[in-house]
Design a protein around this ligand. Sequence first.
Ligand code: MN
Ligand code: MN
Length: 329
Amino acid sequence: MALEDAETQVDTALNTGDPRGLSFENVFSGVPSFLRRQLRTDAQDAQLAILGLPFDQAVTNRPGARFGPRAIRDASLLMAGDPPFGWDYDVLSSCSIVDCGDVAYDYGVPEDFANHAQQRVSEILGAGAAPLILGGDHSASLPVLRACAKFHGPLAIIQIDAHTDTWPVSEKERMCHGTFLARAVREGLIDTNRSILVGIRTQCPDNCGIKIITAPECHTITPNVLAERIRARVGVGPAYLSFDIDGLDPAFAPGTGTPVMGGLVPQQALGVLRALAGIPLVGADVMEVCPPYDTSGITALAGAQIGLELLGLLGWSRGGPGTLPQPTT
Ligand code: MN
Ligand code: MN
C-alpha cells in the first residue's frame, strides 16, 4: 500500500479484510471508524476492540459527551496512515484491531445503559480481545470496570483526571460521573492498594484509599519519574487505565464538561503513557470529550491521540513483549 492507493481505497472500515495494517484512504472522506479499523459488531479473533459509549446523562455540568465517540473517531483519521510516533513497534500493523461501534440504548431509559454497556464489553472480553473505550461521561466507565473485573478479578486503576470521582455514594445510589469510582470501589472491582489517581487538582472528602499524585506534583517531576511511581504502585496484577480528558489542561482540552486549570500538558500525558509500556493493562478508556464545547476540534484531537497511545499500551500487553494476565475464572 502507498499513498496513491487513496485513489482506489474506499471505506476501508467496511471493506478491508485484514484487521491489521495502515490506512491510505483519504483522511477527509469515507466511513470514520477509529483509526480506520475494521468495523464489526463482534470482536471474534481480534486482539483489541474499540467500543463507543455515547452516554452523558450523569454529568454535573455541561452535557455533550454523548458526541465524544463520533468526534474522536473523526479526529483519529489523520493518524491512521503512519506507524505511531514514539513507539518501538507499530500497534496498527502488529495487532488485529476492530471497531465494534457504539453501545445502543434507549435514551428514555438511561438507567438501562450500564447493563447494555457491560454486556457489550463482556462480549469483547469473551472473544479474547481487550477493550479500548471511547466516552461518554465518566460514569460510563463503571459498567466497563464491572465487566473487566468479572473477567480478570479486582483491577488496579490508573486514572488520569482533574477529579478523583470518589464522592461519597449515598443510599440512593446516585448515578453521577463524580461518584463512579467510589461505586466501583464499593462493589469490590478495584484493588485500591494498587490504584493511583494522577493529575488531581480538586478537593474531595474521600479518596477511597487510592494514592493520589496531584497535578502540581506532576509538574515537579518528569514523565519518566511519574511513570515509575505509577508502575511501582500498580505491580504485576491486572490494571485498567482510565483517561478523563479533563486531566489535560483546558488550554489543550477545552471541550469537556468540568474543565479545571493547571492540568497536564500534552507532552506530560504522552510521555507518561509511552513510559508505561509493559504494564499489564486489560482495558482502557478515554472519557469526557464534549464536542459542543470544543474549540477547533483540539479536544477530539487529544482524545484520538490518547486513544492511539492506549492502543499502544494495550497492544504491548497482548502481542508485544508482555502478556495479558489470565482471567481468574
Ligand atoms: Mn474529571
Ligand atoms: Mn472523571
